[in-house]
Design a protein around this ligand. Sequence first.
Ligand code: S3P
Length: 181
Amino acid sequence: MELAKRLDRPVVLVGLMGAGKSTVGRRLARRLGIPFVDSDAAIEDAAGLSPAEVFERYGEQDFRDGERRLVARLVDEGKVSVIATGGGAFIDPRTRELLNERAITVWLDAPVDILTERTSRRDTRAQLRNGDPKATLERLASERRQAYEQAHLHIKSGSGAHREVVEAILRALDAHLKGTD
Ligand code: S3P
């Protein structure tokens, strides 16, 4: 059976800033013929402020609370879709548990050098505005690895084309669904 028809829950991309969650997620959704939702963009629609503005005006805790509620709402809708989360969403234990219960979670794992290069193209991330971005990403990578490792699927994404990452996710989803059929 066609892969999209075998899905009964959202596919959720997790991983650090710059791993390609939004770009790859959009392409993956297109390949599967299902809707794509970007949680950072949804927060921006709801709050009328970008994630960086929410961080800077109200602090990280408020951003995390809003993010947790938004991700819960998206998962509650139960729609078969691809959801790209912000890099910190899966670090929250409650969000992680909910996503692992109700979605298929995919960790997009890229080396810090690539994350540093990609995130340097746009100044949209509050956490990377102060200090050395590479050092910050290295710290986040080591602090968060244990949480990201709990995703159902682990996809390494290097400097190759996004298309190849999409293909790797499709293969991993196929194998995962065979295992849970
Ligand atoms: C964050 C990642 C960002 C955004 C916010 C916090 C994080 O999303 O949600 O700046 O803590 O890793 P992206 O991973 O889409 O850049």
